[in-house]
Write a protein that binds this ligand. Structure first.
Ligand SMILES: NC(=O)c1ccc[n+]([C@@H]2O[C@H](COP(=O)([O-])OP(=O)(O)OC[C@H]3O[C@@H](n4cnc5c(N)ncnc54)[C@H](OP(=O)(O)O)[C@@H]3O)[C@@H](O)[C@H]2O)c1
Length: 330
């Protein structure tokens, strides 16, 4: 089997394309999915950096869609031939404050979707709407799930409110924009790229900010109820400065660095809420798909690469060239 693995050497140097990977068979309660497409996430760039020299090989990739090719003992929710997409969270069924002990993300520590097939628990194989292409179905995954929980479960965004989303080029950020506009909320975004700001306006953003301009001045007539951060150290203080007193900042990522200095006095005088968010439950994954289907929210696919050219896809994502999702086809 062909696939893209990380192992042996920490970081990018440990990434290898292989054509002799062992195909697994599903055990009790598991299904095997012949993958047709997989979606890339920032996580696929960060997992190799977090591993150590000498670590065993693991197939990367959390998002995917394909056809069930074999089912293990006791499987009754899907059958061979079913078209499915993958819920990338393993072991988090009902929505709760934090995932249960043992929660894992597909694609590390277990094998992931950058391969011709994958074996997963049956509940992670979610029926794919017939009208949805495999590339589209593989693009929801982590990004759409994370956006849904951050915006609605954690951020509690309402239609009459305004949300600010920095770094709109990101895969999660584009879903945040689309989901927020779907309920009729006002959306302000920022990007370093003029092209991405243009794309955001086409997707319905009400106000777009460049990273060079004074955000406070540009939004002085706005009341921003909610900020959804993922850029991290580079923008966190600028984002907080925009938030109205008593407002909420939800953070689910830190692309530009994990540590930042915050003025605590301004923070408590402002009566702000600072919430963390990560991924989401199977319940939220189903609610997200239902929401996306009801409001016709389709993933924005930036570029599609064949599995054999996956290294180019990694470069594309690491250079933050994309607007929306980068997809691999098998
Ligand atoms: N906790 C979770 O469950 C979870 C789930 C998904 C993602 N994440 C995290 O959330 C973050 C975003 O993920 P993603 O997959 O959407 O990533 P992505 O597609 O790579 O997008 C990151 C965006 O951040 C902005 N950015 C990058 N470097 C910047 C800089 N130096 N200054 C200002 N802006 C910068 C860029 O926006 P512009 O080019 O538009 O400026 C870029 O498009 C990552 O850190 C990821 O690890 C966490």
């Amino acid at each position: 089997m062909q696939g893209y693995v990380h192992g042996g050497v920490k970081g990018k140097e440990g990434l290898t394309y292989k054509d002799n990977l062992e195909e697994l068979r599903p055990g009790k309660g598991e299904v095997k999915i012949q993958l047709k497409a997989a979606g890339l996430n920032h996580r696929d760039l960060s997992v190799p950096k977090r591993r150590s020299n000498g670590d065993p090989e693991v197939i990367l990739g959390s998002d995917g869609a394909g056809v069930v090719s074999e089912v293990g003992e006791g499987v009754d929710s899907v059958k061979v031939g079913d078209e499915v997409l993958i819920n990338p969270g393993i072991g988090w069924k009902e929505t709760s404050a934090v995932p249960p002990e043992g929660f894992q993300i597909v694609g590390f520590p277990g094998n992931g979707t950058f391969a011709e097939s994958i074996v997963l628990p049956e509940e992670n194989a979610v029926p794919k709407p017939a009208s949805m292409s495999y590339e589209m179905a593989a693009s929801y995954g982590i990004a759409a799930l994370t956006a849904y929980r951050a915006l609605f479960t954690r951020g509690q965004l309402k239609s009459e409110q305004t949300v600010f989303i920095p770094g709109i080029g990101g895969g999660v950020a584009t879903f945040l924009l689309q989901f927020a506009k779907a309920i009729g909320a006002r959306v302000i975004v920022s990007s370093r790229s003029e092209e991405k700001r243009k794309r955001a306006l086409e997707l319905g953003a009400d106000v777009v900010l460049s990273n060079e301009e004074d955000w406070g001045e540009a939004t002085q007539d706005e009341e921003i109820d909610l900020v959804i951060e993922s850029v991290g150290a580079a923008t966190i203080n600028r984002s907080l400065d925009l938030l109205m007193r008593g407002g909420t900042l939800v953070i689910f990522g830190s692309s530009t660095g994990d540590t930042a200095e915050i003025n605590l006095r301004s923070f408590f005088y402002g009566q702000y809420n600072f919430l963390g968010s990560t991924m989401g439950s199977a319940e939220e994954f189903s609610a997200m798909l239902e929401f996306a289907t009801k409001h016709s929210v389709e993933p924005i696919i930036d570029t599609t690469y064949k599995l054999i050219h996956i290294e180019k896809a990694f470069d594309h994502l690491s250079e933050a060239k994309q607007f929306g999702k980068v997809v691999i086809t098998m």
